[in-house]
Design a protein around this ligand. Structure first.
Ligand SMILES: O=C(O)CCC(=O)C(=O)O
Length: 217
């Protein structure tokens, strides 16, 4: 598909980051991309990306990742996920244009993106925090959703703070929504996208990250 059709660099003037949960470090810009733009981006990524095998080895055993993934980063940036080094790919013009728009909107610089493709509602990501040492002590992650709406759940680590309403919460991430996980979120909360067997369509999620170069870790 022609890169000339890349969506514009500006989200609509109505688009703002608003709190979505008791986790004050979590805000959502609903409709960061319009429906038409996000449908177009989803189709491009789903069809143009070559999706690698989703099996990995840990402690000598072979596992199947319940989704497909690609990892794109600036030169020199490497990242290990569950102790498996992801093959690093460059930036397509589409991924780069999305990165620039996310950077301008959030005011944060990113140098890598993890692309998760949930082929249907059986694909998922389990409870975790994105707190790998590669991202330094204060990670900020911007997460763009495309394709089918899926539930996103958060839960406080260590039971949360009593009286502050910190408990497990579920909300829907729709196509075009941008979720910002700010400094402090990963150290206090976990998140997941649970299986939803009733969902038949696919979803692609892009998590933009800033990974420290090996010398700075
Ligand atoms: O798909 C999502 O919304 C979340 C993805 C995620 O948790 C991750 O990439 O670490």
């Amino acid at each position: 598909m022609a890169s000339l059709l890349l969506p514009s660099q500006q989200p609509s003037a109505m688009c703002n980051l608003k709190p979505v949960s008791a986790a004050s470090q979590l805000t959502l810009a609903a409709g960061f991309y319009s429906r038409d733009e996000s449908d177009w981006i989803y189709q491009c990524l789903q069809q143009q990306q070559s999706w690698p095998d989703n099996h990995y080895v840990m402690s000598g055993r072979r596992f199947e990742l319940p989704r497909l993934q690609t990892w794109h980063a600036d030169p020199g940036i490497v990242y290990s996920y569950s102790n498996n080094l992801l093959e690093t790919r460059g930036w397509s013009s589409l991924l780069l244009s999305i990165r620039r728009r996310v950077e301008m909107f959030t005011g944060h610089d990113f140098n890598a993106v993890l692309v998760n493709y949930y082929r249907d509602g059986m694909d998922y990501v389990g409870w975790h925090s994105d707190d790998e040492v590669e991202m330094g002590p204060a990670p900020v992650i911007a997460s763009l959703s495309l394709g089918q709406p899926r539930c996103f759940q958060v839960r406080p680590l260590q039971g949360g703070q009593e009286g502050q309403g910190e408990q497990e919460e579920t909300f829907l991430l729709d196509a075009g929504d941008l979720l910002l996980m700010a400094v402090g979120f990963q150290s206090r909360w976990q998140h997941r996208v649970p299986p939803q067997p009733d969902v038949t369509g696919g979803r692609i999620n892009l998590t933009f990250r800033r990974v420290l170069p090996p010398a700075a870790r």
